[in-house]
Design a protein around this ligand. Structure first.
Ligand code: FPP
Length: 238
């Protein structure tokens, strides 16, 4: 059972967030980058809570990309530590708010204990019908497309848009209506490349650790004023 939605029917069902600016947030304060990531985790917690309160159906968070392994081993280790913490600590919050947790990304490369915790959280919350939080962890849009092509071939299917979509990491999840990027950067950074073909983008100059529920509401309100055409003319999609 989920909470009733506070969003209009035409509001976004699925929002994806590229959480950028943790490092800059820390540098501006003369703090180590790790502190920025720590604050970034707090911001992510707050946004999950706000998304649940707003009645959003799907929220994809870009936690760690297939390219983020290029960072120092200290930084990678620190972020993975935060992921471990999140997976262990948030389970009760998810359960009491009917939140379902899911994973998008490549399992290969992730530590065994993280995979076990991820599988546990996903299994323990799979029956909830409230907000679905998709953790994009060791995720890359190109990597997902290549793996999907592999599955299409393995299943002996002809290569088509429909069949490739069916072989994505979470084929039942609708494409993101809105993709938010914080810290003022205008890049996709390999996030939901296939699913985001017609997503609306919202770029916020605020750094991720400063993001709150009211920023999410503002981004959604701006989205609600947009006209989506999906390549057609406006009259055809009304
Ligand atoms: C981008 O900022 C942020 C990341 C690569 C890590 C995101 C991770 C978290 C917010 C913590 C984990 C969250 C969950 C939900 C488990 P950046 O380091 O690229 O910032 P910069 O561009 O200012 O250097």
């Amino acid at each position: 059972m989920g909470k009733p939605s506070r969003l209009p029917e035409s509001g976004p069902a699925h929002v994806g967030i590229i959480m950028d600016g943790n490092g800059r947030w820390a540098r501006l304060r003369g703090l180590p980058r790790s502190r920025g990531h720590q604050e970034g985790l707090q911001a992510a917690r707050g946004i999950v809570q706000s998304a649940a309160e707003l009645g959003l159906s799907y929220l994809t968070l870009y936690v760690f990309s297939t390219e983020n392994w290029k960072r120092t081993s200290d930084e990678v280790g620190f972020i993975m530590g935060l992921v471990r913490q999140y997976l262990k600590k948030e389970i009760d919050f998810c359960k009491s708010n009917f939140i379902r947790v899911r994973h998008a990304g490549n399992r290969k490369g992730l530590d065994e204990d993280i995979l076990n915790d991820l599988d546990d959280v996903c299994r323990e919350t799979e029956h909830f019908s409230g907000l679905q939080v998709i953790l994009a962890l060791n995720y890359g849009g190109r990597d997902e497309i290549i793996r999907a092509i592999g599955k299409v071939t393995e299943r002996g299917l002809p290569l088509s848009e429909e069949n490739l979509t069916l072989c994505l990491d979470n084929p039942d999840i609708p494409e993101p209506d809105l993709i938010i990027r914080t810290a003022g950067e205008f890049r996709t950074s390999n996030f939901l490349l296939w699913q985001g073909a017609y997503s609306e983008y919202h770029i916020s100059s605020k750094l991720w650790p400063d993001w709150t529920g009211s920023d999410l509401e503002e981004a959604i309100n701006i989205y609600n004023m947009r006209e989506r055409r999906f390549g057609a003319v406006y009259e055809d999609v009304r």
